[in-house]
Design a protein around this ligand. Structure first.
Ligand code: ZN
Length: 74
């Protein structure tokens, strides 16, 4: 399994993109944009700010979608 730990987090308010290392042991539910200082919080149903705003899902969601893929079998 290939879990990406570094992702590009994009602020929905100012468009600032930042490379962020995602921790595997916890969810980040608050993230302060380095540019406009707005506090990002996960949208509905998302477990962390990465799932809501980053290019990649957080490590735990990546693992989940990996096992989901094998069930779907296109
Ligand atoms: Zn921002």
């Amino acid at each position: 399994m290939n879990v990406k730990l570094e992702t590009s987090l994009k602020c929905p308010f100012c468009g600032e993109e930042e490379m962020v290392l995602m921790p595997t042991d916890k969810c980040i539910r608050r993230y302060v944009c380095r540019n406009c200082k707005v506090v990002l919080e996960p949208k509905d149903k998302d477990c962390c700010v990465f799932c809501s705003y980053a290019k990649d899902k957080c490590p735990s969601m990546q693992e989940e979608s990996d096992s989901g893929d094998s069930k779907l079998h296109l």
